[in-house]
Design a protein around this ligand. Structure first.
Ligand SMILES: *Cc1c(COP(=O)(O)O)cnc(C)c1O
Length: 322
């Protein structure tokens, strides 16, 4: 295997995305400090371009393409935030993008991806082989496939979120980061180890989808069935090979939270902090609440990963009717 990414790669990514990605705000909550006795710092990637941190990794990866790759363009599979991040980054960098999405993806998501100028190639989720379609497209066009998390430039880009957080607030006692395939967690953990070495780093997953926790405890990648959870950004079946190798070396533990705890998080962010956060975006907060007792008097960082949720779904979830 090639050498694993390091903090130097995160720092290089920060230089590439500067002026293109937003430097998102860091917010605190007096209510939460009063309740927990710990100071909380929320890095608000719900305010990032396309509404999630995924723009960081996508823009970093695409800005490293050479002239030939740029001409042939990029291919991605995703129905979620990665698709939109790749589509927007490709447009900004002046290259074609084809996004492979299931034909039954929400109409809003298909339209948003096309709105960023990407070609959408649909497939039948039940009949077609998605990987074969992507491979064929890549071969026909000579285009480069960029995966959503298991890629060194993706995870280095995602780590710039934590780099900015530490630069703004200084050292922390604990950092809580949501985990799907582990791109955000591995990149942020590299930043923590370099900028705040004593900071404990926790990944947080949905209870039903604890592939990362199982893998972390076993010491090798464990694959599970697609989990049922409202955290649709963390419905991965296994961590990536590269992300997991970094996580094993840099993360202290992986916690899990229930869907009910995520809903409590959505309600907290909406009512107390006036923010719309998607279910997956609440994982870090919910994990921090669980073990905040251990950090009384301390300083806790939380990455809010994204805010993309349909208003109707947001209302249904926060009113307990889902
Ligand atoms: C992709 C995504 C995640 C999971 O990120 P990984 O890098 O796959 O671990 C979490 N939250 C949101 C909002 C996402 O879009």
């Amino acid at each position: 295997m090639q050498a694993l990414p390091t903090y130097d790669d995160v720092a290089a990514a920060a230089r590439r995305i500067e002026g293109h990605a937003h430097r998102t705000p860091v917010m605190s909550s007096a209510t939460l400090t009063a309740e927990t006795g710990a100071e909380f710092f929320f890095k608000c990637e719900n305010f990032q371009r396309v509404g999630a941190f995924k723009f960081r990794g996508a823009f970093n990866a695409l800005s490293r393409f050479d002239a030939k790759q740029k001409k042939a363009g990029v291919i991605a599979f995703s129905s979620g935030n990665h698709a939109q991040a790749i589509a927007l980054s490709a447009r900004l960098l002046g290259m074609p993008a084809a996004i492979v999405m299931p034909s039954d993806a929400p109409a809003g998501k298909l339209a948003a991806t096309r709105g960023y100028g990407a070609e959408v190639v649909t497939y039948d989720r039940y009949g077609d082989d998605r990987d074969a379609i992507g491979k064929r497209l890549a071969e026909e066009r000579g285009a480069t496939l960029i995966p959503p998390y298991d890629h060194p430039d993706i995870l280095a880009g995602q780590g710039t979120a934590a780099k900015e957080l530490f630069e703004e607030v200084g050292p922390l006692d604990a950092l809580f980061v949501c985990m799907g395939g582990g791109g955000l967690l591995s990149g942020c953990a590299l930043a923590a180890r370099a900028l705040s070495p004593a900071c404990q780093v926790f990944g947080v997953e949905p209870e039903a989808g604890n592939d990362g926790q199982q893998s972390f405890r076993a010491g090798h990648v464990i694959r599970i069935a697609t989990p049922k959870t409202i955290a649709d950004g963390a419905q991965t079946q296994a961590p990536g090979a590269i992300t997991f190798a970094v996580i094993r070396k840099t993360v202290d533990d992986i916690l899990t939270v229930s869907d009910a705890e995520l809903v409590e998080g959505m309600r907290f962010f909406a009512s107390r902090m006036k923010m719309v956060v998607e279910p997956t975006g609440c994982l870090g907060y919910a994990g921090a609440r669980k073990i905040a007792d251990q950090f009384r008097g301390g300083r806790i960082g939380v990455i809010i990963s994204g805010g993309n949720v349909d208003l109707d779904r947001f209302c249904a979830l926060t009113q307990g009717s889902v």
